[in-house]
Design a protein around this ligand. Structure first.
Ligand code: AMP
Length: 221
């Protein structure tokens, strides 16, 4: 049975880092819609370039486009053992589309994790976040100047203060309702993302394993 995880949470909650680590450790496919879009922009893909202005402003990209990207990615064989979604779904329409997709492919239920962090802490974190121009990895703190891969560390255009405020506003209006959409499911969990990353990782692993075994218990009955 595949392990299908959605890592939810506001920008700066650390969900990308945790999603990457968890996927690596469990041999699952990580799908980050933000990374896919940034990669496609670098490759000058016309559809992605059309979405770039929206991204730079801190807004959301068109639902239909994002749903098509995720549907295509989930349809590939490497998604079969399970996946970790990072940055998707961000709207209730996307969450509904994902449910329809999962029902069609008779996949295991989704385990939904909300990485919760207070807004003040998010603004602080995003202001000092740097990413590698070469490999796209996240680096903490303004002090570092280069990545382990040798690439230059830069600030994401959308991590600028005013854009951060806009992204947090959009999170409240469009993405918070997605948490309500999932909240009553037996596989929904909340982790305190304000803790040190190793602590978050430990709690998150326990929560996901617990949700997965609760699910297989349900199925066996
Ligand atoms: P992220 O790296 O997840 O913060 O995503 C960066 C930007 O890509 C977001 O601010 C949006 O403009 C766009 N984006 C990524 N994922 C989605 C999504 N699921 N729905 C709409 N826009 C998205």
């Amino acid at each position: 049975m595949g392990l299908n995880v959605i890592m939810m949470g506001p920008p700066g909650a650390g969900k990308g880092t945790q999603a990457g680590r968890f996927a690596r450790e469990r041999g699952l496919l990580k799908i980050s819609t933000g990374d896919i879009l940034r990669e496609a922009i670098k490759e000058k893909n016309p559809t992605a370039l059309a979405a770039q202005a929206q991204m730079d402003r801190g807004g959301l990209v068109d639902d239909a486009m994002i749903i098509a990207i995720v549907a295509e990615r989930l349809g590939r064989p490497d998604a079969r053992p399970g996946f970790v979604l990072d940055g998707f779904p961000r709207t209730v329409a996307q969450a509904r589309a994902l449910d329809e997709l999962m029902a069609r492919t008779a996949n295991s239920p989704l385990i939904v994790i909300d990485v919760a962090v207070p807004e003040q802490e998010l603004v602080r974190r995003l202001g000092s976040r740097r990413i590698c121009r070469g490999c796209g990895a996240n680096a903490d703190g303004v002090a570092a100047t280069s990545c382990g891969c040798g690439g230059e560390l830069i600030q994401r255009t959308d991590d600028d203060q005013s854009v951060v405020r806009e992204r947090l506003k959009i999170y409240q209006t469009s993405t918070k309702p997605v948490l309500e959409y999932y909240r009553e499911r037996p596989t929904f969990r909340v982790v305190n993302g304000a803790q040190p990353p190793e602590r978050v990782a430990h709690e998150l692993d326990t929560m996901i394993d617990d949700a997965a075994s609760a699910m297989s218990g349900e199925r066996a009955r």
